[in-house]
Design a protein around this ligand. Structure first.
Ligand code: ADP
Ligand code: MG
Length: 327
């Protein structure tokens, strides 16, 4: 059973940032309003995610770390049906199989919480504890029993950079949830959870950038594009600072990147890239989604029309925006 978990771990848990992503998505699925993430070093010594979500009942806690013990749906036809982010019941057992994991949890209506510790997926201890309502997962010594994985990891700045990028992306997709990332004694990222996207952008990309961004809010029959884009004077040499969400979910989409670039055509050199945080609302029937443990790819049915919509929305927004007062 453990070897199956370790094989699957290779798919789900590529590196510390993937652990953070899976744990935070579980907190989101649990309806958390506050999600606090603590990381030590490159994430190998310690990753801790604490939330104030629904918690896990004491009967269910031992099951949560067993393969395919998902409490969520097992089949999806489209993103709309995928109400929850996780759906495979693989993340926790996979992470547990390659680390020393502690999970403690208490649903608000239970007087006491339960804490469970595992070593390489083997249950070590289970005890009642006092804890705030919600769930706290601590992952220590990640990949201690899979030396090949450990060797493949990059430097601490690179691995931690990937972690903070992951948290930043998720925070921008959920401005209504308060996130913090601590490394290890310094808060490196913190959002208020007040639901203001520009405020979340300020927390993730900095106030200087957030202040200069131009709001986008364009409807077209069934599509709605909303968010912020940078003025042509504010560009980057990579697409790193481009964030796309479809119906609230983080996606990768070369099509959206291209459509965004086309909206800026003539306004900025082709090698430079605008900053963008864009939420696109589309009817779920307008796209197919291919969900891989580590990413989400979307295929739109009306590619050309959508490209045109995004391009025009971006271009028109830029043209109409007043030049900014110099800061
Ligand atoms: P999945 O998210 O695909 O269901 P996971 O392995 O990530 O599978 O988690 C297993 C189960 O553990 C979840 O279905 C959920 O019931 C429970 N769980 C995990 N993390 C949390 C959390 N932070 N809060 C509440 N329940 C959780
Ligand atoms: Mg999950």
């Amino acid at each position: 059973a453990h070897s199956a978990n370790q094989i699957s771990a290779g798919e789900v848990v590529e590196r510390p940032a993937s652990v953070v992503k899976e744990l935070v998505e579980n907190s989101l699925d649990a309806g958390a309003n506050h999600i606090d993430i603590t990381v030590e070093g490159n994430g190998v010594p310690l990753i801790r995610v604490r939330d104030d979500g629904n918690g896990i009942g004491s009967e269910d806690l031992p099951l949560a770390v067993i393969r395919h013990a998902t409490s969520k749906i097992t089949q999806i036809e489209d993103l709309d049906q995928l109400r929850t982010l996780g759906f495979r019941g693989e993340a926790l057992p996979s992470i547990a199989s390659v680390s020393k994991l502690e999970i403690s949890s208490r649903p608000a209506d239970q007087p006491a919480g339960l804490s469970l510790t595992l070593n390489a997926g083997e249950q070590e201890e289970m005890k009642e504890i006092g804890c705030p309502a919600g769930t706290c997962v601590t992952v220590r010594d990640l990949f201690f029993n899979t030396p090949a994985r450990l060797k493949f990891l990059k430097s601490t700045p690179t691995e931690f950079g990937l972690i903070s990028d992951t948290v930043g992306r998720i925070a921008l997709a959920h401005p209504d949830i308060a996130f913090s990332l601590t490394h290890p004694h310094q808060v490196v990222l913190q959002t208020s959870g007040r639901g203001d996207l520009r405020e979340a952008i300020a927390a993730v990309l900095g106030h200087a950038i957030a202040r200069q961004l131009i709001p986008v809010n364009v409807h077209h029959e069934k599509w709605h594009l909303q968010g912020f884009i940078s003025p042509p004077s504010l560009v980057r040499s990579s697409r790193q600072a481009q964030y796309f969400m479809i119906n609230g979910r983080i996606i990768r989409s070369p099509l959206l990147s291209r459509a965004l670039a086309e909206g800026y055509h003539t306004l900025i050199p082709a090698k430079l890239h605008p900053i963008a945080v864009l939420h696109l609302s589309v009817p779920p029937s307008d796209y197919d989604v291919n969900v891989h443990p580590t990413k989400m790819d979307v295929r739109f049915k009306e590619e050309q029309e959508l490209t045109l919509f995004i391009r025009e929305a971006v271009y028109n927004t830029l043209i109409k925006s007043k030049p900014l007062p110099s800061i």
